[in-house]
Design a protein around this ligand. Sequence first.
Ligand code: FE2
Ligand code: FE2
Length: 213
Amino acid sequence: METKIDERVFSKPWFHSVNEEERRWLRQLLEADAKDRRNYFDAMPKVDFRPPATQEERNLVCGAWAYRGRGELTGICGASAYAIAHFPLELPILTFLYDHMTDESHHAVEMIEWASRYNPGKEYWRADLDWEGRWGNGQLRSLPLKEGQNWMDYLLFILPIETGAGLGIRPYDLLKIQLRELAQFTEARVHSDEAKHFMFFMLSARRLLQQGA
Ligand SMILES: [Fe+2]
Ligand SMILES: [Fe+2]
């Protein structure tokens, strides 16, 4: 479970302005995260990669993935759209936010479509009262940001999401069963996307703090 630290992580255009000192800092950050992630995986119970066997398992694991997928779209893409519409942002930040929406909507489609294939007959593109209803008001749209907040508020909102959900944790392993295609997709694609997003958000926060210092 290694994170490869190489120049490819800097391939995104949002990192073109990064100087040598920042690059060193970002490398250290990623190395620390990779270590954290190895400890996390070592500590997790081993998961059985198999399709859900019963209807109850299907509802649980597929429902969880689809709920997360809808959240990527409405929560994370929605928050990006809110930031673009409301905050005065520098153009390099805009280039990142548009890419972030593309990456996250790709995650959403994979999670929702694979869940649908494993649990045919379920309409996973709609809010589900068992999921959105349990923790929310049963609606799809949830934007925690408020009028008058700024880019720093946005960073404080998004960083725990990008670190927890994106980097270290393949969600719902605790259910003890896992859909192979989605586990592979999160390893191959989601982690590498989120590592880049995380780096951009951390770099933005660092630059803001240095400005204020
Ligand atoms: Fe994501
Ligand atoms: Fe992300």
